[in-house]
Design a protein around this ligand. Structure first.
Ligand SMILES: Nc1nc2c(ncn2[C@@H]2O[C@H](COP(=O)(O)OP(=O)(O)O)[C@@H](O)[C@H]2O)c(=O)[nH]1
Ligand SMILES: [Mg+2]
Length: 246
C-alpha cells in the first residue's frame, strides 16, 4: 500500500481547494476498522488521543449501515431492523499496521417514539455531554433520512455543536437512503437541508447503491490526517552587502 505521505494528489490544489486523497487509500484505511469498546456513558469511554469522528442521527437513519459500508465490514456496527436498539456509544479504531490513528464513534440514535421518556432524557444528556466535552472529537457526521429532513432533534443537535463548529469541528450532513428518491426529489431534499444546515456541507448518500461512499471516505481520511502545520521558514538574514536597487 502506498504510504500515507503520498496520499494527496501530485498536482497542487487550486487556491482554496483541498486536495482529497486517493479514494483507494481512504477505503483501505477504513477497512482496518476494529471494534474498540462500547460504553453506556461518556465517563466509561476510554480517553483517546487520536482524532475521533462521530456518527449521529435519529434512530433508523442508517448510521450503523453507513459505518459498515464505509468500513466494508458487514457486521461491524450492528445494523438493526428494530429502531432504538443501539443504546451505547460504540468506538471503532482505525489504522494501518495495528497503529490506531483515528476512531469512529457510533452514537445512540434519538427520536424513536417507543423509547420511554426517562431513557430519552438520559440519552439527550449523554449525547450533549459527549458532543460538548469529548476532547479528541474532530468531526461530526449527521445522518438524516431525506424523506424526513432535519427534524427538531437534529436541529437541537446542530445548536449543541455550533460553538465547536465555529472553533473548527468538521461537520457533514449525509442524506441517507437516497436510493429511495428520484433525481428531482433528491435535488429538492439537498436544497432544503442545505438551507436548514445553515450552509454546512450536505451530501446525498446511499449504502444500498454505494452513492457518496468514496467521497465520504476521502473526507474522513482528510479530517483524521490534517496536513502538518507548515513550519515557518527561518528568518532570512539581513543582507550584508548593499541591496541592489531596481
Ligand atoms: N434503502 C436503503 N435502506 C437503508 C440504507 N441504509 C440503511 N438502510 C436501512 O435502514 C434501516 C436502519 O438502518 P441502521 O443502519 O440500523 O440505522 P441506525 O439506527 O441509524 O443505526 C435498516 O433496515 C437498513 O437496512 C440505504 O442506503 N438504503
Ligand atoms: Mg445503529
Amino acid at each position: 500500500m502506498t504510504p500515507a505521505t503520498s496520499a494527496t494528489s501530485s498536482s497542487p490544489p487550486a487556491a482554496g481547494a483541498t486536495a482529497l486523497p486517493d479514494p483507494k487509500i481512504a477505503m483501505g484505511w477504513l477497512h482496518t476498522a476494529k471494534f474498540l469498546t462500547t460504553a453506556p456513558e461518556l465517563k466509561h469511554l476510554p480517553r483517546v488521543e487520536v482524532p475521533e469522528i462521530a456518527f449521529v442521527g435519529r434512530s433508523n437513519a442508517g448510521k450503523s449501515t453507513c459505518i459498515n459500508t464505509l468500513t466494508q465490514q458487514h457486521r461491524l456496527a450492528f445494523a438493526s431492523k428494530t429502531p432504538g436498539r443501539t443504546q451505547s456509544i460504540n468506538l471503532f479504531s482505525l489504522g494501518k499496521q495495528g497503529v490506531t490513528d483515528a476512531v469512529l464513534a457510533d452514537l445512540p440514535g434519538y427520536g424513536y417514539a417507543a423509547v420511554p421518556k426517562e431513557a430519552k432524557y438520559r440519552w439527550q444528556q449523554v449525547m450533549g455531554n459527549y458532543l460538548q466535552t469529548r476532547d479528541n472529537l474532530k468531526a461530526v457526521v449527521l445522518l438524516c433520512d431525506p424523506r424526513l429532513g432535519l427534524t427538531e432533534l437534529d436541529e437541537i443537535l446542530l445548536d449543541v455543536i455550533r460553538p465547536r463548529v465555529e472553533e473548527g469541528l468538521k461537520f457533514l450532513v449525509l442524506l441517507t437512503k437516497s436510493d429511495k428518491l428520484n433525481k428531482t426529489e433528491a435535488a429538492k431534499a439537498l436544497q432544503i437541508v442545505k438551507l436548514q444546515a445553515g450552509g454546512g456541507d450536505v451530501k446525498l448518500f446511499s449504502s444500498l447503491k454505494r452513492k457518496g461512499v468514496e467521497e465520504v471516505a476521502q473526507h474522513l481520511w482528510d479530517w483524521a490526517h490534517p496536513p502538518e502545520k507548515a513550519l515557518k521558514p527561518p528568518k532570512a538574514e539581513a543582507p550584508t552587502g548593499p541591496v541592489a536597487e531596481s
